[in-house]
Design a binder for this molecule. Structure first.
Ligand code: KIV
Ligand code: ZN
Length: 388
């Protein structure tokens, strides 16, 4: 049996950290329900200690959601961790996600702590969290820019204290796929008892490589949890996009050899919900959920798709929630696509000569108009036009 890849969605926490994307408790709850419908394994509902509003949002989500684990972020200190545990009370399945930065830059300039102090704080916080809950995730913030020897010591320590998931974030999107994949692999090989925890990747998209880096962390590194957001929402250039990483693993199961539990038919609705709630528009050419993701405009492609969809489609539009793929009629379209659209519109022309005449008119119109709508075609084949 293939391993399962755990999908950890952080739209409601890291996604919300995107400037201008803050959400009300009601909005967060609506999205959490959609994530549960998607069968996301873990929903990071917020950062309970960051504000009373976020505390209430995590608490509400923890009480309502039954099928996904609900998680709250917390810094590595007792106050944050206790607040997270308080918000998660009553959840069917709960996780505390605690983190501290481990890169030389962050430790020296941001935390103003020595590596030994960071190590000690990591140890204490996981010990404290583990007394409150069984499911504890520990993240080494700016992990990809951390010294590997130090990272090994920190991770060994928190596993010994009972951390059940180890997440190594590429916090600033600095990693490149092969290097990041090997970094995770080396950590797993070097840390004693590394198999006592599930390894996780959390990649930002500053260089446009969040999905590629996450997949390398999984395929090369052996991580079995991916942290991601709907539409790739998140700080700066965003996080790894859930829809892309899930469809990559499903479509290329031959390569990744992993199962994902996501009900992909709800992906498009989730994307639209997040876009409408935050006001962040999805670009038309966005993979999987963009308006053009399953649209075919060139004549050669349209002809191919009409004969066999998999000539130019590697996944089914319907599998991610679209009602169908889309043949866009325009100046690049061929006779075959035009004829097919006539049939769909219930127009039957008497002879091939009539079809040819209508097709010529269509081509003339398409030279003047970038997209031809069904109404244009109906007008083209109206009686006056055909006889004129
Ligand atoms: O990007 C990051 O490092 C994070 C951690 C808090 C997990 O979001
Ligand atoms: Zn992040």
């Amino acid at each position: 049996m293939a391993d399962k890849l755990i999908i950890f969605d952080t739209t409601l926490r890291d996604g919300e950290q995107s400037p201008g994307a803050s959400m009300t408790r009601e909005e967060k709850l609506r999205i959490a329900r959609q994530l549960e419908r998607l069968k996301v394994d873990v929903i990071e509902a917020g950062f309970a200690a960051s504000s009373d509003g976020d505390f209430e949002a995590v608490k509400t989500i923890a009480q309502v959601i039954k099928d996904s684990t609900v998680c709250s972020l917390s810094r590595a200190n007792d106050r944050d961790i206790a607040r997270a545990a308080e918000a998660l009370k009553g959840a069917a399945r709960a996780r505390i996600h605690t983190f501290i930065a481990t890169s030389p830059l962050h430790m020296e300039k941001k935390l103003r702590m020595t590596p030994e102090q960071v190590l000690e704080q990591a140890r204490q916080s996981v010990r404290f969290a583990r007394n409150l809950l069984d499911d504890i995730e520990f993240s080494t913030e700016d992990g990809s820019r951390s010294d590997i020897d130090f990272l090994c010591r920190v991770i060994e320590t928190v596993i010994a204290e009972g951390a059940t998931t180890i997440n190594v974030p590429d916090t600033v999107g600095y990693a490149v796929p092969e290097q990041y994949g090997h970094f995770i692999k080396t950590l797993r090989e070097r840390v004693p008892n590394s198999d006592k925890a599930i390894w996780s990747v959390h990649c930002h998209n500053d260089l446009g490589m969040a999905v590629a880096n996450s997949l390398a962390g999984v395929h090369i590194g052996g991580a079995r949890q991916v942290e991601c957001t709907i539409n790739g929402l998140g700080e700066r250039a965003g996080n790894c996009s859930l829809e892309e990483v899930v469809m990559a693993v499903k479509t290329r199961r031959d390569y990744f050899q992993l199962d994902v539990g996501i009900d992909t038919r709800h992906i498009l609705a989730a994307s639209r919900m997040v876009s409408q709630t935050t006001g962040f528009v999805v670009q038309p050419n966005k993979a999987v959920v963009g308006a053009n993701a399953f649209a075919h405009a060139s004549g050669i492609h349209q002809d191919g798709v009409l004969k066999a969809r998999d000539t130019y489609e590697i996944m089914r539009a319907e599998d991610v929630g679209w009602s169908a793929n889309k043949i866009v009629l325009g100046k690049l379209s061929g006779r075959n696509a035009f004829k097919q659209r006539l049939q769909e519109l219930g127009v039957s022309l008497d002879s091939e000569a009539e079809i040819n005449a209508a097709f010529l008119r269509f081509k003339e119109l398409a030279d003047r108009k970038s997209e031809i709508f069904d109404e244009d075609i109906l007008a083209l084949v109206s009686e006056e036009n055909l006889s004129g």
